[in-house]
Design a binder for this molecule. Sequence first.
Ligand code: AGP
Length: 617
Amino acid sequence: MCGIVAYIGHQQASPIIIKGLKRLEYRGYDSTGISLYNGAELQTIKTKGKVSDLEAKLQAGEPIQAAIGLGHTRWATHGVPNDVNSHPHTSNSGDLVVVHNGIIENYAALKEELIQRGFTFSSDTDTEVLVNLIEDVQKKEKVKLGKAVQIALTQVVGAYAIVVFDHKKPNELVAARLGSPLAIGIGEGEFFVASDATPFIEYTKNVIYLEEEHLAIIRCDRDITIRKITSDKVIKPYIEELQMSLENIQKGGYDHFMLKEIFEQPQAIRDTLRGRLLSNEGVNVITLSSLREHENKFLKARRILIVACGTSWHAGLVAEYLLEKFTRIPVEVEYASEFRYRDPIIFPDDIIIAISQSGETADTLAAINIAKERGAFVFGVCNVVGSSISRLTDAGCYTHAGPEIGVASTKAFTTQITVLSLLALRLGMVKGTLSRSEYQQHLVELESIPDKVSEILTQEALIKAVATSFKDANNCIYLGRGYNFPVALEGALKLKEISYIHAEGYPAAEMKHGPIALIDEQMPVVVIATKKGHYDKVVSNISEIKSRKGRIIAVVSEGDVRVKELADYCIEIPESLECFTPILTTIPLQLLSYYIAVQRGCSVDQPRNLAKSVTVE
Ligand code: AGP
């Protein structure tokens, strides 16, 4: 998820674009750039770092008087954050520049073809392939820019929001989208194009939200032309009046980044599966390019040790169940902070999996260094491209959750479990510890998970009401079994870190060994009681709590009857295979902690005493 801003009109483009990019930094902030056309030449300035670094670079040089420009703030997916990989990207001739938000899945194949036709590439990005593909079409088909972009986009697989400028045709911008958002602000003789309306909210209230597969040709001296990319059909622009405030828009209309990120999970999981869970003639396959050359190491591994902290550690616990079930390789999950000082026994044929959203957590970094010093192969699962952990590990997989701004991790957790599920299933299939039919059955189910998450999110109002009954609690217990024991821990952590209510997560059967002493009519108990996963045992655990007057919130499978008779509140979720239930059962717990914290007036996005990335030990 990156931020795009472009301007064509009569004002100075640079200040408008820089201010706009700062407002879009919640979308990505690892590298940035701007291209400005001053009527004669195109100047592009790019830098690793934040928009303020770009601004400083701009101010250090000669001021560029330009009424046309494109800018970008990046959330790296292909190619680490550095000056060369940041946008805008320029075509080989230097005539075309493009800014892009999204992922071109078939960029490697397109790049090969272009190299055959003499194109050269200086960056590792999919975007540089796109701008040269457009140039290639322009040359071959001898068509205008709009047409060339249209033809090029019909060859692209993936998601994009782009703005293209042709130095030879300086009074025009071409914008297009598929899968990533794009808004066009219509001013008096000027136009703004951006990932959302925040960059132009003070200039105009007239906005067109470009629809899927639409392409817009924007010229100051005439109305916007919008065409359907595939059919070339001309579309009448639908101009809306902007209602929302700046802050609102950055949060996508949600009150907090945490709530926005909870609701982004269906798309985040889809983006994490994109290009990895593929269907080939009706047969589903998993392709993890970064795993390919290391698969043998995993298959021959004596053990898999997972190191992480906080929510990522909880994802590691779920991975323990997944990997042991599908690969029969023994797995141990370690708190990185303990692992680093415990003088751990590591064998050269051990595999280490390091999980981190930020990729900058000090304890996890230190644990990786120790493992590497002792000769182990380290595989990373990170969300921030180019982060320290992603660079330190020997190989790895990115979760494509996009920037996670809320301190309480939500979409990073579910996308971590998604990546770890892909890994476990792929290794199980290759190792033969998972039959082809089971493999197919799981892949079909995994593909349905984003929609099931969307279904659960429709119960927001119910969960908000349940939260009202528990907002004044001082303590809370979370219970789960098997794959859902780590989810109980995660639910408790979410409540603790944003509502400041003391909460504990336990394996449900553990209650009898002590915690059940805490149960009385004051104690809320959240129980994960889905049909798949020791259901009968969980029902008896619930009866034990009920008989001691505990107040029960149960997460159950659709159509559940038995738990409904026992629990005070039930939140139903769609059925799924047991190993995927953690991705579903965690959603109601995220919303519950969110609404309890909101109703207690807590600062949900920046809870006290916490930081999004713990870079000190
Ligand atoms: C989770 O909500 C917290 N923000 C925290 O526990 C976090 O998971 C932990 O600090 C690990 O961070 P990482 O995934 O970026 O390494």
